[in-house]
Design a protein around this ligand. Structure first.
Ligand SMILES: O=P(O)(O)OC[C@H]1O[C@](O)(COP(=O)(O)O)[C@@H](O)[C@@H]1O
Ligand SMILES: [Mn+2]
Length: 644
C-alpha cells in the first residue's frame, strides 16, 4: 500500500513527471556502478600521524593507481615522489619547489604535475557519477577542474583552450592551490567509506586529532571500542570511568590530552597528589622515550597517577556492592587487602603487596573517599562535561557509533560476542531479564544511550553499565574474566596479572562457530565475515589475522606504539572494493618527515582475503538497497500521479 502523504511530499520535491523520470534513470545508473571501496581500521589508540598516513595513502591504494597509470613513463623514484605529493601536498610541494632555479623550470613542473594529477583524478573517479565526483572537488576550482577533466584532446582548438587555461592558472598564482586541491580529491576518491572498528582513545598522544579528522571525513562509521566507551562513560557522568581515563593518560604520559586538548584543569588533582604521594616505580609514566621529561615532571605524573588510581579503586567498590547482578564481588580488592601485613588473598592464595600507596585509605573503610578526593573528582566531572571540544567529540561518537554494525553483509565488532565454553551464546541476567548474543549487545547499547542522554545522573544503573562494558566479564567490548589493573600495580607474581579470555577468542578460529554468529545477527553465513579489532594479532609469533577459513578477520595490528613489539607490525587495514577484500599489513611508520624527505613510504604487504567472482555492484550493497527502495517510491509516484 502506498502512503499517500509520503507521495505528496515526494511530488513536492520533484514537481514534474520529467524530473521523476530523470531521477529514476539517474538512480538506476548508480546501481550498475562498481561498489565503492570500504576501508577498515581499528585500534588507532591516539596514533594520529600513523592513522593520517594510511588515510592519505588509502592503504597503498594511491600508489597502486599511480603505478597503473604512469609505470611506463616514470621511474620508481619519480613514482614515489609523485605519490608523496598526493599524500602531503603542502609540505612536499615546498620541498620540490626549493630545487628549481628558474621560473621556466617551475612552469614546466606545474604543467606536467597538474596534467598527471588530472589523469589520476579521472582514473580514480571512473567508478563514480559526475555528481559524486563534483562533491569531492575543491570548491573554488570545480568549474576549471571539470573543464580539464572531461577534455577531449583530439580537437585542436580545444587543446589550445586547455593549455591557455593551465597557463593562466599558473600566471595568476593559483597552481599551488590547485595541486593541493587535486591531491585531496584523489585521497578522497580512493576510499569511499571508512569504518573505524573501535579504540580511537588511550595510550597514544592524539585521539582528539583523530576525532577532528573523523568529524571532517566524508563518510565514516565507528564501532565503539572499550576505550571509547570509557570516555563516553566519563562524559555521561560515570566518575569511575573518568578516574580510569585520567589514570591511563597519566600512565602513558598523555595528561596533555586532558589539560591542553580538552581544557581541563588538573591543578586540584595535582595538589592532592603532592600532598599524599611520593615516588613509586610502579606508577612512573610509560612512553617517555619520544619526549624527554625532567625528573620533576616525571615525579608529578607519578604522583597524579597514584592519586587517581586510588580514587578509581575506591569508586569501584560502591558500584559492585549496589549491583549484585554484575557479579563482580571478587573485584572488591581494597576490602580484601590485609593492611597490617601488606598482603592480599586472591583465589585462595596470599600474595605480598609491593609499591603500595594507601596513604588515603582507611583500613576500616577502605573504599571511602576523603573529602578532598570527592571534591577533586566532582570538579573534574564538572570540567569534562563542560569542555566544548569533548562535547563535540563525544556527540560525534554517539552519532556515528554503535556497539556493532552490519554493513554489506559483514558484521563489524570491536571485541566479541560473549560465548560459553560449549559455544552457546553466553547469557546474562540484567534487571530480571536474560539476554544473550545479539540481544545482549542491543541491551548494552541501549544503556549507553540512556546514560549519555542523562549526564547529570552519575550513580544510576545505565551509567554503571557503561563501566561494566569497560571491565565486566560479559562485556562484548572487554571479553575477559577480570581486569587485573590492581594486581599489575601491586603484586609481583605474574600469574595474578593474567586476564583469562572469553571462549570466543579461541572459538572464533572455527568456521562453523563464525557462521553461527553471523546467523545470530541475521547475516548470510555464506557471504558475510566478522571483522574484529581489540586483540593484537601477534604476527611475530606467526598468528594469522585471517581466521576460520576467511570468515573472521582480526585487524588489530598495533597502531599503538606501546604494542608494536608484541605484534611485530604497525597495524592492519582492510580494503573491500568491487573486486574483493584485501588485508594490508603496515610496517613501522616513523614520521611524516621521513616520508617527505626519503620517500620511505611505509611498506605495506597485501594479502588477498577473497576475490569476487563477478565485480560487485552498488546494487548489491546497503546503499544499493536504499536506492532500490527510492526507485520503488518514485515509480509509485509516477503511477499514481502522472499515468492516467
Ligand atoms: O597495557 P596496559 O596499559 O597495562 O593496559 C592493559 C589493560 O588494557 C586492556 O588490554 C584493555 O585494552 P585493549 O582494549 O587495548 O586491549 C585490559 O585488558 C588490560 O587490563
Ligand atoms: Mn580494545
Amino acid at each position: 500500500m502506498v502512503d499517500i502523504k509520503y507521495l505528496d511530499l515526494l511530488a513536492q520535491k520533484y514537481g514534474s513527471e520529467e524530473k521523476v523520470a530523470t531521477e529514476i534513470i539517474n538512480l538506476e545508473a548508480i546501481l550498475d556502478l562498481p561498489k565503492g571501496t570500504e576501508h577498515f581500521v581499528s585500534d588507532l589508540h591516539g596514533e594520529y600521524h600513523a592513522f593520517q598516513h594510511v588515510l592519505r595513502n588509502g592503504s597503498g591504494n594511491v600508489k597502486m593507481k599511480v603505478k597503473d597509470l604512469f609505470e611506463a613513463e616514470m621511474n620508481e623514484w619519480e613514482i614515489n615522489e609523485f605519490a608523496t605529493l598526493i599524500y602531503y601536498p603542502e609540505e612536499k610541494m615546498k620541498l620540490v619547489k626549493s630545487h628549481f632555479t628558474s621560473k621556466e623550470e617551475l612552469r614546466e613542473w606545474y604543467l606536467e604535475t597538474i596534467g598527471r594529477m588530472l589523469k589520476l583524478v579521472a582514473y580514480a573517479s571512473s567508478k563514480y557519477t559526475r555528481s559524486k565526483v563534483r562533491k569531492a572537488l575543491p570548491e573554488q576550482f570545480t568549474y576549471i577542474i571539470e573543464e580539464l577533466l572531461y577534455k577531449k584532446d583530439e580537437l585542436e582548438d580545444k587543446k589550445d583552450y586547455y593549455e591557455k587555461m593551465l597557463d593562466r592558472i599558473i600566471s595568476l598564482g593559483q597552481a599551488d592551490k590547485l595541486i593541493v586541491g587535486l591531491a585531496y580529491t584523489t585521497q578522497r576518491l580512493v576510499v569511499d567509506h571508512l569504518h573505524v572498528v573501535g579504540d580511537i582513545y588511550d595510550r597514544g598522544p592524539d585521539p582528539h586529532k583523530i576525532m577532528d579528522t573523523l568529524i571532517n571525513h566524508h563518510s565514516v562509521d565507528i564501532q565503539w571500542g572499550n576505550h571509547d566507551v570509557l570516555w563516553l562513560g566519563a562524559y555521561a557522568g560515570s566518575k569511575v570511568c573518568l578516574a580510569n581515563i585520567i589514570r591511563i593518560c597519566a600512565r602513558y604520559n598523555n595528561l596533555d590530552i586532558i589539560e591542553d586538548a580538552y581544557g581541563i584543569n588538573l591543578r586540584p588533582l595535582l595538589n592532592l597528589a603532592e600532598k599524599y604521594y611520593g615516588d613509586n616505580p610502579s606508577f612512573r609514566p610509560k612512553r617517555i622515550s619520544d619526549e624527554i621529561l625532567t625528573e620533576q615532571e616525571q615525579m608529578q605524573i607519578t604522583k597524579i597517577h597514584q592519586a587517581i588510581s586510588i580514587i578509581q579503586f575506591k569508586l569501584e567498590s560502591p558500584i559492585i556492592k549496589r549491583r549484585p547482578c554484575l557479579h563482580m564481588e571478587n573485584r572488591l580488592l581494597l576490602e580484601k587487602v590485609d593492611y597490617e601485613n601488606s598482603e592480599v588473598t586472591l583465589h585462595g592464595k596470599t600474595y605480598a603487596l609491593k609499591d603500595t600507596c594507601f596513604a588515603t585509605v582507611d583500613p576500616e573503610k577502605p573504599a571511602e573517599l576523603l573529602e578532598e578526593e570527592k571534591q577533586v573528582i566532582d570538579k573534574l566531572l564538572f570540567s569534562i562535561q563542560h569542555s566544548e571540544k569533548l562535547t563535540r567529540h563525544m556527540n560525534f561518537l554517539m552519532k556515528k557509533g554503535g556497539l556493532y554494525l552490519k554493513y554489506n553483509g559483514n558484521l563489524l565488532i570491536h571485541g566479541c560476542i560473549p560465548l560459553d565454553e560449549d559455544g552457546s551464546m553466553k547469557a546474562m541476567e540484567i534487571e530480571d531479564k536474560t539476554y544473550a548474543g545479539r540481544e545482549l549487545l542491543d541491551v548494552f547499547e541501549r544503556y549507553v544511550r540512556h546514560a549519555f542522554a542523562r549526564p547529570e545522573e552519575t550513580d544510576d544503573f545505565a551509567t554503571d553499565m557503561i563501566w561494566y562494558l569497560w571491565t565486566g566479564e560479559n562485556s562484548s567490548l572487554f571479553g575477559k574474566r577480570e581486569m587485573t589493573t590492581f594486581e599489575r600495580y601491586f603484586i609481583a607474581e605474574k600469574e595474578t596479572h593474567k586476564e583469562r579470555k572469553n571462549p570466543y577468542y579461541f572459538m572464533r578460529e572455527n568456521e562453523d562457530m563464525c557462521r553461527k554468529m553471523l546467523e545470530e545477527f541475521d547475516l548470510n553465513p555464506d557471504e558475510g565475515r566478522i571483522i574484529n579489532g581489540h586483540t593484537p594479532v601477534k604476527e611475530i609469533d606467526g598468528e594469522d589475522p585471517i581466521k576460520a577459513n576467511g570468515k573472521m578477520i582480526v585487524i588489530d595490528g598495533g597502531f599503538s606504539k606501546a604494542y608494536q613489539s608484541t605484534t611485530g607490525i604497525a597495524g592492519y587495514t582492510l580494503l573491500y572494493n568491487s573486486y574483493g577484500m584485501q588485508l594490508v599489513a603496515h610496517q613501522l611508520f616513523n614520521s611524516k618527515e621521513d616520508v617527505l624527505t626519503k620517500e620511505t613510504d611505509v611498506l605495506s604487504v597485501k594479502r588477498l582475503v577473497n576475490e569476487e567472482l563477478e565485480r560487485k555492484k552498488v546494487k548489491q550493497t546497503n546503499i544499493g538497497k536504499r536506492l532500490l527502495q527510492e526507485i520503488d517510491n518514485l515509480n509509485s509516484l509516477r503511477e499514481h500521479r502522472y499515468m492516467k
